[in-house]
Design a protein around this ligand. Structure first.
Ligand SMILES: [Zn+2]
Length: 352
């Protein structure tokens, strides 16, 4: 069996159903998502170019190096607020509620993947301002743990695996109408749930640029707007949210590949501001699953670059051509993945 088929065989999992809640700013709903035949979505990445005019106020135009892929959801459950709708809101700088000042590179939905702002430009989606770029500062701490625990000492310095760094954490300070509501040393529980940027380079730890976000009252990271490629994902009522997640994962895998970034570069909007976004993925505890979709898509992308082809063959009417499962039912679903490599065609038969 060729390597691509073996990868599918080794990583095949049961289809699951899960009740989730979709969070919109004005309306919310419960829905049941069903996973797909595989973590790979059997369709090509199709990006619809709908770039905002250079004269738009929400198109910054400044070029930056990209270190992050920033994942959002629209937080908007209106059934007609599709990817095209949001793409047009960016392009026309307006929607039914007035001026639309935000922008993002991509928006994904059941109706496609729309591209709004060139990848290398700044866009306005992460809530961390555009005043600070990605930066790394020598912490003065060395070690060998790639994912150390970050805390804040009682006198306000970042600690890395319990060792005090020479970098002061931002103070927890909130000012309203010129009045200081509080101004105190921040504590570890004020660090956003995705943590802060910490890189281990040649045995030394470097920390990123952080700040205290007064809206969400959490310590977050800079560089979201400037150094991230922002992706909005639709959660509109009546849509297949799992399909949107798989399309988003395919897009993320592509962006990681072409920008030569690793999986740690994929961050939630939350990482840059403390906002509960992408809220529907976060609240349904599906972020780790989403990252599994990204990794699977990335791996299949590598196989395809090496010359492996793949095709799904399934004539069960519960399954779409792209491997999406419409209804689960009781009987197992049989399908075949066909792959050609160096002129040799092989098939993998699966039943789940
Ligand atoms: Zn967001």
């Amino acid at each position: 069996m060729n390597k691509l088929l073996d990868y599918f065989k080794q990583n095949q999992e049961k289809i699951f159903e899960k009740k989730i809640h979709a969070y919109g700013w004005k309306s919310e709903y419960d829905t049941i998502i069903t996973s797909s035949l595989t973590k790979y979505l059997f369709e090509d990445l199709d990006i619809i170019e709908n770039i905002a005019p250079r004269t738009n106020e929400n198109r910054d135009g400044r070029i930056r190096d990209k270190y992050y892929i920033t994942v959002h959801d629209t937080g908007d459950a209106f059934s007609n607020h599709t990817a095209k709708f949001w793409s047009e809101a960016v392009k026309s700088e307006g929607w039914e509620y007035g001026k639309y000042e935000c922008s993002f590179q991509y928006v994904t939905g059941n109706d496609g993947i729309y591209h709004n702002i060139p990848d290398d430009e700044i866009a306005y989606h992460a809530g961390d301002s555009t005043m600070y770029d990605y930066a790394l500062y020598d912490s003065g701490v060395s070690g060998d743990n790639i994912y150390p625990h970050i805390s804040i000492s009682s006198d306000g310095y970042f600690e890395i695996d319990g060792r005090k760094s020479k970098i002061l954490a931002p103070r927890a300070k909130k000012v309203k109408d010129g009045l200081v509501l509080y101004d105190k040393i921040a504590t570890t529980d004020m660090i956003n749930s995705q943590g802060i940027l910490c890189k281990l380079i040649d045995g030394k730890y470097y920390l990123g640029e952080t700040y205290f976000n007064t809206t969400y009252e959490l310590i977050a990271n800079r560089g979201g707007n400037n150094n991230g490629i922002g992706i909005e994902s639709c959660i509109n009522e009546g849509s297949d949210i799992y399909l949107t997640w798989q399309r988003t994962a395919k897009l993320v895998a592509y962006l990681l590949d072409v920008n030569k970034l690793d999986f740690d570069a994929v961050k939630q909007h939350h990482y840059f501001s403390g906002k509960n976004c992408p809220q529907t993925i976060r609240m349904s505890n599906m972020w780790d699953h989403f990252m599994e979709l990204v990794k699977f898509e990335y791996q299949i992308r590598q196989f395809r670059k090496q010359g492996y082809s793949l095709k799904l063959i399934c004539d069960d009417n519960r399954v779409c051509d792209n491997g999406r499962v419409k209804t689960l039912g009781d009987k197992p679903i049989k399908f075949i993945i066909e792959s050609e490599y160096k002129g040799e065609v092989e098939k993998l038969e699966l039943s789940i």
